[in-house]
Design a protein around this ligand. Sequence first.
Ligand code: TRP
Length: 350
Amino acid sequence: MTFEDKPGSPNILGGGKKKRILSGMRPTGKMHLGNYYGALYNWLRLQEEYECHYFVADWHAITTEYENPRDIAGYIPEMVMDWLSVGLDPGKSTIFVQSAIPEHAELYLIFGMFTPVPWLERNPTYKDQIQELAHKDLATYGFLGYPVLQAADILMYKAHGVPVGVDQVPHVEMTREIARRFNNLYRPLFPEPEALLTEIPKLTGTDGRKMSKSYNNCIYLSDPPEVMAQKVRQMITDTQRPFKKDPGEPDRCLAFPFHRLNLPRERLEEITAECRRANLGCVDCKKLLAEALLENLAPVQERRRYYEAHPDEVKEVLLQGNRKAREEAQRTMAEVREVIGFNQKIQLVK
Ligand code: TRP
């Protein structure tokens, strides 16, 4: 499921030196199955082959949470604890927090000087979000400029590949345009990154809507086994199969995408046939799912318990990651300042 397995996906393997991957997530707290299968799973695979940077986009979170920015910081350790529990490895990947690297703000400011406002106004993700979050006033400068900050995140580390979901592709596109514009205006400095499209499985929450924290319908990686089993029992299956004696259709079943991610292929084929033949009822079928899910997540949950008992280790991971990221960011900013003639020599501060 990584980009290089898929025909037609960009081959960023070429070129000798180990290529760089960068991605970020806004801090939302505990990770749910949607976050896991939709993003983290891919991040994990990428760290085996590439030089990866994964970070917490806490400044980005203020764009929509500016009324309660104080809540954001508390979500960071919760989220990072889950990243580590699923297997993100600080020995392989640089894991850091955006706001610990103030250079991102400086690069964002400079990019903002030459990014045309119409590029931002045309951004389809911006238009969608404004509609979706109509209850919030998002007619702000910061929300419009969201992709400019994202471009600074990506270009700061000269990333080649950015694993994201389809909604973020316009932002990576804009990052390429910003890189191109910088390179043309001043001097070539930034590579143009590729979006590595993550195939996001259609996972619905317990109420049948998209799994999302704001709908309160999530199955969290850290849910205790009884809670997880209970939530699986509540999942909506094939609504056109009122009785067990009626044949079911896995393609209509909202639990089936979870089966697909958790059961081995032969088992999957078996239950598909049994469901269609009305031999396997939804209650039993979901029991199988709960067992498979709990088994698959057992090691993740065990690691999470470890980190819960050792929060200082999570903090240490971030301290180390921030230090490493900051060194790289300082190198890039020294180049940027040099290119635009704002280097040390002309600074008038002692
Ligand atoms: N906008 C991304 C999201 O909401 C998060 C993000 C911020 C990001 N900066 C990034 C993702 C840089 C990839 C690269 O999902």
